[in-house]
Design a protein around this ligand. Structure first.
Ligand SMILES: Cc1cc2nc3c(=O)[nH]c(=O)nc-3n(C[C@H](O)[C@H](O)[C@H](O)COP(=O)(O)O)c2cc1C
Length: 249
């Protein structure tokens, strides 16, 4: 292994943070790493907004579903998919701008954000910082859009808490490799892997003092309780992401 692989394989998400600021130079390194990520057609469809003001972090903690770590971590980054600059480029060139009506724009934006997010995560972790991504912002994107004053064609996809860890954590186990890596063709024979993972997941929960529940139960209940998560169904079209070519064949 090398240092990059060590950093990637040692990842854990922290929900407790030390009362210690993140040095501005480190924050800058993290943003530069995120910006160095590849992007679709070099369109660079990502904007990162840093929220460091304590009261505003508390607002984001509340609207992410009362997630205290969002208020406690000194830095909260919001990763937005961003086609506003794309629109400006079209205007500069006198071209029409319709790309955000295409369902593909959601894939482009979400992928670009995901890649930039993980680059930021790896950079932060390599600098001794702890992180946790926050999809909870998608519960209330209407408020997030307002608080961040996002223009049309910009949409908040995920937040990221960054700070010095305030606890020690074991690594959370993952599904067996064969469940997520297939060769040549998709392998639907996955039940055995899931059952083995359920057992390993329970061991992990026991080791950290959590109630033991099968992984399959946790996931099944989450999606049963949240057939629709958050308000993106309303706010995506408001921001211009109409997916107007989405239809059943
Ligand atoms: C896009 C994304 C959004 C997430 N949102 C939240 C969140 O809102 N709240 C939370 O507690 N954890 C959140 N997480 C963290 C996951 O729960 C965590 O990554 C997963 O349980 C695996 O644990 P680990 O990161 O410690 O290995 C999110 C992770 C990702 C990738």
């Amino acid at each position: 292994m090398n240092e990059v692989l060590n950093t990637l394989n040692n990842h854990r998400s922290f929900r407790k943070y030390a009362d210690k600021p993140v040095e501005p130079e480190k924050l800058r390194c993290i943003i530069e790493a995120a910006q160095a990520a590849p992007s679709w057609v070099n369109g660079q469809q990502v904007t990162v907004i840093a929220v460091q003001n304590k009261e505003r972090r508390e607002r984001f903690a509340a609207l992410s579903g009362k997630q205290q770590h969002v208020a406690d971590a000194p830095v909260f980054l919001v990763f937005c998919m961003d086609f506003y600059r794309t629109k400006l480029a079209a205007e500069l060139e006198g071209q029409s701008f319709e790309a955000v009506g295409d369902a593909d724009a959601l894939l482009v934006g979400a992928v670009d954000v995901g890649i930039a997010l993980e680059s930021a995560v790896a950079a932060a972790e390599s600098l001794g910082l702890g992180i946790i991504p926050i999809g909870g912002i998608r519960r209330n994107t209407e408020s997030v859009i307002e608080l961040l004053e996002l223009p049309e064609y910009v949409f908040p996809v995920v937040g990221l808490c960054i700070g010095y860890p305030g606890e020690e954590l074991p690594k959370k186990p993952r599904l067996p490799l064969e469940a997520v890596y297939h060769e040549e063709r998709y392998n639907r024979n996955l039940e055995g892997s899931i059952r083995r993972y359920n057992a390993e997941f329970r061991e992990y929960q026991k080791s950290v003092g959590q109630t033991e529940r099968d992984w399959s139960a946790v996931i099944a209940h989450f999606y049963a309780l949240n057939p629709q998560y958050g308000d993106a169904g309303k706010t995506l079209p408001q921001q211009g992401f109409t997916c107007s070519n989405l239809h059943k064949a």
